[in-house]
Write a protein that binds this ligand. Sequence first.
Ligand SMILES: Cc1ncc(COP(=O)(O)O)c(C=O)c1O
Length: 357
Amino acid sequence: MSRPIQALIDPAALEHNLAIVRRHAPRSRVMAVIKADAYGHGLLRAAEALAEAEGFALLELDAAVRLREAGYRQTILLLEGFFDVDELRWIEQCHLSTVVHHPEQLAMLEAVRRRATLDVFLKLNSGMNRLGFTPQEFPAALERLKANSAVRQITLMTHFACADESDRNDSIAAQLQCFNLAAGGRNMPRSLANSAAILRFPEAHADWVRPGIMLYGSSPLAHTTAEQLGLQPAMTVSSRIISVQTLRPSDGAGYGYAFRADRSMRVGIVAGGYADGYPRHAPTGTPVLVKGRRTRVVGRISMDMLHVDLSEIEDAGVGSPVTLWGRGMPVDEVAQAAGTLGYELLCAIAPRMQRVT
Ligand SMILES: Cc1ncc(COP(=O)(O)O)c(C=O)c1O
């Protein structure tokens, strides 16, 4: 038998979450964001479950080519665009769409003198100051694209910095106003909304929405749980107890004796550590399920193992099932305890973790 930790990927949950996106943005096309190996869920596995989406968005050219070769015919958008002129050949050959966000990309596009075949998403920096042309640069960049015979369709896009924060609605309004001003009355398709904006700002839905995290069943909103949003977890990381120790009062457990027992108690040792992608900074108290019952992690997370408190789960022993996150144990709760986000936990599952469907 192999080491018992695994990530179970649930295609039905992905499909369900896509339906939730559609319920919130019924008039928009959906560009499912499947970068970073579909947030850890596996590119082709996720694409298959999300095949009803009108588009896919990701960063990695090789992954985009793999999608095309696997037979997906919808829009496939490269969110950071291309990095050198040679990549344009692949983009053209595989009919990929590309973001254009800086003048060097415009210049590379102008160096390609061919008939019109490229679909471009022109990105505005509406305030996040990450990628995109400033509002001052944007009109000229748009004119250059329009004048380029290699460009077939242009979609205008931007990205929000604070869509997930309910006390920062003014910043969304400012970014939206900036985008609307830059886009003017132009009759061109538009794309703005990530998961948080899909849920909170219908006025930003436009032609294409770009959901990522909500498709995977994690909440993009700090004060609303995935369950409240009707989302289902698409990844469940489970393992088993591989050893049990009995601690006496003041005995330490794990590296640095970061946890010490204040009474006699049993702890279970779970096959799963930071080399599997479990967050090393998860402190004592981080929630975990053993035999479907809620308990807590205790002590420091090791590379390959972690300790759980079995005080209240008397019938647990070697072989008992453990859920680190997923069904019954929201990834967002584990992430919050560890001082991070569901995004990071999902993306960080290690290559050595077996993923099963
Ligand atoms: C440009 C862009 N659009 C959409 C998304 C999806 O965001 P989320 O996972 O918050 O829905 C991302 C993710 O970082 C992104 O960079």
